[in-house]
Design a protein around this ligand. Structure first.
Ligand code: LUZ
Ligand code: MOS
Length: 753
């Protein structure tokens, strides 16, 4: 079963926001943004710009009819600046003109004068100044203060990880069309159509039922369109409301790179205590999260960091504190993994440091402390699976069977200029939105009289294959062929009050809603079929491979004919259904509960070869054992594992956001200066083995969520490089500061001791 969009994509006929044919009177929007990272507006004069040819209107904060507020969890972000400016890229005014070129030229003609204020871009500095987005939170278990005394080895240190640009292929964008009676229809490149609808209603001062949001598909998102697709969609709708004409706003790549938020950089302090045999006794960590200038999703992301502070390990005494710091960067936001990669990287740094101190292999420490079924997480939930140990064991068996350790030892002792390094990276990722109320979805299923099926849900297709999985769920539940199923656009008039497509959970939750809706229709159809065929009441009627089966015997009645007859007999051929993930609860005072439906686990083994002279490396292989539950689509899941791995490798080795030391302007603002993995930086071999297993509480049809967990396999590359550096010279002090770029590796190798 291939991705349903594959044929459209390769033929170049799939439609993205910028591809729709729009009415002739369309206005194009361009945005004037703050040129300073902190300051105030002293003068904002739009007259000259408005007088330019083709310019229809210039919108500023005072034109907003409703609330000038786009914040979600905390209402601390304006759509358009009023007086103070908090980051470079903060929207100030929107120009509407008859071409995008004229709109952008008019933006340049607006006179904006600002005075600058001191800015802060480092989270620790922000913390010292008391600039927080929310009060700090601490998750704890056992008693760390008491545990230190029983440890044979204690290591403490600092670990930093950088931000990351989402670099979705399709930049942010939206268009909006005026409808009858003040209603507006928005087509948005968003992961969260309901959120766009809610915020547009707030800003435009309209009831939500006057705003319709439609999403066909996104050209990638990775979390970058969970919250941050909203402003552009709302600006388009505002333009429609103020001019009565359709409005389109699509960012170009440079605007998108410089204005929108990214993965949160973290700076963390850690302390890890172990026994001589490698058993971890205590773990203390403080995360300073660089939240940017508004809270966006930062507090939820920090919460997920705290949930993953011990990753795939059992640690009896834990104290993890997270601090969301307000800085003068664009508000940082959701990005695949949602704070968990940052947490896991810190713990792996600490384990690596301890292994050096104790003179044992990090692999030994890792293996010794893996979570077992029944172990308790610091937030009170029990680990209910055994896939961590199973995936580790399977990976370790391969490692041993292939004599990897011996082969690397031989290679390293017979090569001077090249050294190999290896690492294991176990991952345990919790599935469910950490905000419990978001764990709900709905579906609307219609069977048409010709037997074809149309499905609407809140899930947004962004290349990840969720529509393919949803079609499979419907075909499987009905017992019919896939070609009959069409998954419709995601639309707030058909699917209301939906959660964003995020947290890896869209196929699970929307798939379950589809299953329930299809079951409702199927039950009516089978009751009708039994009656129609004269089967005695209570006989077993079923639909298999498009044929009605009675008491295990195939009848002549096929799906198409059944639908036609059922319609004439006035059977309801539509159903709406709702699904709420069961068993979730969490208490934010005690910080204990059961926030996740289940966990996804796996282990990656990464082998790299380092060129000692040049500081460059190649990844020889990444071998992954991954738990997909009972996968409903191995091809789609494999794509997610490969893509996640590569994105994770990019985060820890290549992708470096550089800012101007005085102006705070983003310097790595193009693909020439911001390097993501390409074909040359992919591993020579990516071997993915799926762990076949049955888990209680798994997702739709016992499959498991797959979007985010594989990202964290990439972290293994960092520590494989450190191992190769150690093979060059065991005296070199490792650094715990991602990304470990070629320049950093070279400096490390050259460091005078
Ligand atoms: N988005 C969100 C997420 O709003 N809540 C979450 O818990 C989450 N987790 C992962 C990715 N996106
Ligand atoms: Mo997300 S990081 O929008 O699942």
């Amino acid at each position: 079963m291939k991705h349903q969009d594959a044929m459209l994509h390769v033929r170049g006929v799939s439609l993205f926001v910028d591809d729709f044919k729009l009415p002739k009177n369309l206005l194009h929007a361009a945005v004037l943004v703050s040129p300073v990272s902190h300051g105030t507006i002293e003068k904002l004069e739009t007259g000259a710009a408005l007088a330019r040819p083709g310019v229809e209107m210039i919108i500023t904060a005072k034109d907003i009819p409703g609330k000038n507020q786009i914040g979600s969890i905390i209402k601390d972000e304006l759509l358009l600046a009023e007086k103070e400016l908090y980051f470079i890229g903060q929207p100030v005014a929107v120009v509407l003109a008859d071409t995008p070129e004229k709109a952008r030229a008019a933006v340049k003609a607006i006179e904006l004068e600002t005075s600058e204020l001191p800015s802060v871009v480092e989270p620790r500095k922000a913390f010292e100044k008391g600039m927080l987005l929310a009060p700090p939170r601490t998750f704890s278990m056992g008693n760390t203060a008491e545990a230190w005394g029983r440890c044979d080895c204690i290591v403490a240190g600092r670990s930093d990880s950088g931000g990351q640009e989402h670099l979705y292929l399709e930049t942010q964008g939206a268009f909006a069309i005026p409808m009858e009676n003040g209603c507006i229809r928005i087509t948005s490149g968003t992961q969260g159509p309901t959120f766009v609808q809610r915020v547009a209603a707030r800003v435009l001062k309209l009831p939500m039922n006057k705003i319709e949001v439609d999403v066909g598909r996104l050209g990638g998102a990775f979390g970058g369109k969970e919250d941050q697709a909203t402003p552009w969609a709302v600006m388009s709708a505002l333009g429609v409301q103020l001019t009565g004409k359709p409005v389109k706003l699509v960012l170009n790549r440079n605007e998108d790179l410089t204005w929108t938020g990214k993965r949160h950089p973290y700076s963390s302090d850690f302390k890890l205590g172990l026994l001589n045999d490698g058993t971890i006794m205590a773990w203390e960590v403080t995360y300073y999260q660089n939240g940017g200038a508004a809270s966006d999703l930062s507090t939820a992301i920090l919460e997920r960091t705290l949930f993953h502070s011990t990753n795939a390990y059992f640690i009896p005494n834990v104290k993890a504190t997270g601090i969301s710091c307000r800085t003068n960067l664009p508000p940082n936001t959701a990005f695949r993994g949602f704070g968990a990669p940052q947490a896991m990287y810190v713990l792996e740094s600490a384990i690596y440091k301890a292994s050096r101190e104790m003179g044992i292999s990090p692999i030994e420490i890792q293996e010794k402390n893996l979570l077992k079924k029944g172990d308790i997480f610091p937030f009170g939930m029990r680990y209910e699976g055994n896939e961590i140990k199973r995936s580790w064991s399977k990976a370790f068996e391969m490692y041993r069977a292939e004599n990897t350790e011996g082969r690397i030892r031989d290679f390293n002792s017979s090569n001077v200029m090249f050294k190999k390094g290896i690492s294991f990276m176990p991952v345990c990722f919790g599935i469910s939105f950490t905000h419990i109320s978001m764990n709900q979805a709905n579906a609307l299923v219609h069977v048409y009289t010709d037997g074809s099926v149309g499905i609407s849900t809140g899930a947004v297709e962004m290349g990840q294959g969720v529509n393919t999985k949803i079609a499979q769920v419907a075909a499987r539940t009905f017992g019919i062929d896939l070609f009959r199923i069409k998954v419709e656009s995601t639309n707030t008039t058909r699917s209301a009050n939906t959660s964003p497509t995020a947290a890896s959970s869209a196929a699970d939750m929307n798939g379950n809603a589809v299953r329930i809706a299809c079951d409702n229709i199927l039950r009516r159809l089978l009751a009708f079929a039994g009656k129609h065929l004269g089967a005695p009441p209570d006989s077993g009627v079923d639909l298999v491979h498009e044929k009605v089966i009675i008491e295990g015997k195939k009848t002549r009645l096929a799906w198409n004919e059944l639908i036609g007859l059922a319609y004439l007999a006035r059977v309801n051929l539509s159903s709406q259904a709702h699904y709420a993930t069961p068993g979730l609860h969490f208490n934010k005072t005690s910080e204990k509960g059961r926030p996740f439906s289940y966990h996804v686990a796996g282990t990656a083994v990464t082998e790299i070869t380092l060129d000692r002279l040049r500081g460059i490396f190649s990844i020889d292989s990444v071998k992954i054992v991954h738990d997909c539950g009972e996968s409903i689509n191995h091809l789609v899941d494999r794509g997610q594992v490969e893509g996640g791995l590569l994105q994770g490798i990019g985060w820890v080795t290549l992708e470096e956001l550089k800012y101007h030391p005085e102006t705070d302007a983003l310097l790595s603002d193009s693909l020439a200066t911001y390097k993501i993995p390409d074909i040359h930086s992919t591993p020579g071999e990516v071997d993915i083995k799926f762990l076949e297993c049955h888990s209680d509480n798994a997702g739709i049809y016992n499959s498991k969520a797959v979007g985010e967990p594989p990202f964290m396999y990439g972290i293994g590359t960092y520590f494989a490089i450190l191992e190769a550096v150690r093979a060059c010279d065991p005296e070199i002090r490792p650094v715990y500061s991602a990304p470990l770029t070629n320049e950093k590796i070279l400096l490390l190798l050259q460091k005078k001791r």
